[in-house]
Design a protein around this ligand. Structure first.
Ligand code: OGA
Ligand code: MN
Length: 291
């Protein structure tokens, strides 16, 4: 099988497409090592043509490490609780999964002490109309973004930490999109408290420095007054979305997209009519404490 595997890099610093692999089949260690290497080099990779059950997705994802069970239990798969549905579909009067995942630039589960190392997102149904597909996912290279900072900014960020909040994200989305209820302070307490992470973290495998603040969750620089903190974060959010660091993924059914949450941030595009179905299944792999 590994003899037929081909890897094609996208333009720009991140992104690659892999064909000739069946992740639900007998993928030997050597072939898996090539996939891991491509992920380290390109930060986001797509393996084409993977039609998977939730159990198959979870089994393959486990080769990358321990799977996380999402705190939003109602969006988890009944078949495999480590599989999380990202979808706009309503099934038996209930949302199948998260209807507003990825609205803002973010890194998955960065609100935890141990954020996700990798995410595997598999396209079951892709919105399509008149031969065109919608609902692309956009990625920003966090290492290239760090490298492009001025020396002055690199020095300023050295040693700084920021707060990353699930609760902060929850009500921001609730107010802006109305797809989830606005929760009181008390209700929010069932979700994780803020995680404090370095603004610049070192990638545990590649050693590269990566910018680790995101618009969706990062809301305060520790030890800085609010005006200065807001201004610094706004400048960094703007910087990371520079087109020079981006890869835009156009989905096909069967795509298995895998990304490294230290090396990229990502954002969904909600550019399609809600009558068009979009169904994705996802696993996240636990990473280490950022340093
Ligand atoms: C995710 C996510 C974006 C998308 O599943 O983690 O951010 O385009 N999804 O569905
Ligand atoms: Mn995400």
């Amino acid at each position: 099988m590994s003899a037929t595997m081909t890897i094609e890099n996208a333009d720009g610093p991140i992104g690659a497409a892999i064909t000739g692999v069946d992740v639900a089949g007998a993928l030997d260690d050597q072939a898996f090592a090539r996939i891991e290497q491509a992920l380290n080099e390109r930060a986001v990779i797509v393996i084409r043509d993977q039609v998977l059950s939730s159990a198959q997705l979870a089994t393959f994802s486990r080769r990358f490490g321990k799977l996380q069970v999402n705190v939003r239990a109602e969006a988890n798969s009944d078949e495999s609780p480590e599989v999380f549905w990202v979808s706009n579909v309503v099934k038996d009067g209930k949302p199948l999964g998260s209807h507003d995942a990825g609205r803002y630039w973010h890194s998955d589960l960065c609100y935890l002490e141990k954020p996700s190392k990798a995410t595997l997102l598999n396209a079951v149904e892709v919105p399509e109309k008149d031969g065109e597909t919608f609902g692309d996912t956009v990625f920003a290279g966090a290492a290239a973004a760090y490298d492009a900072l001025s020396d002055g900014m690199k020095n300023r960020l050295d040693g700084l930490k920021a707060a990353n909040g699930y609760r902060y994200m929850w009500n921001k989305k609730a107010h802006e999109f109305g797809k989830r209820p606005v929760l009181s302070e008390e209700e929010l307490e069932k979700y994780p408290p803020d995680a404090l992470h370095p603004i610049v973290r070192t990638h545990p495998d590649t050693g590269r420095k990566c910018l680790f603040v995101c618009y969706g969750y990062t809301h305060a620089v520790i030890g800085m007054d609010k005006t200065e903190s807001d201004a610094l974060l706004a400048e960094l959010f703007d910087h990371i979305a520079d087109p020079a660091f981006l890869y835009r993924h156009k989905w096909r059914v069967g795509d298995l997209l895998i990304w490294d949450n230290c090396a990229v941030q990502h954002k969904a595009t909600f550019d399609y009519d809600t009558s068009l179905r979009r169904v994705m299944q996802r696993c996240t792999v636990e990473g280490s404490v950022p340093y």
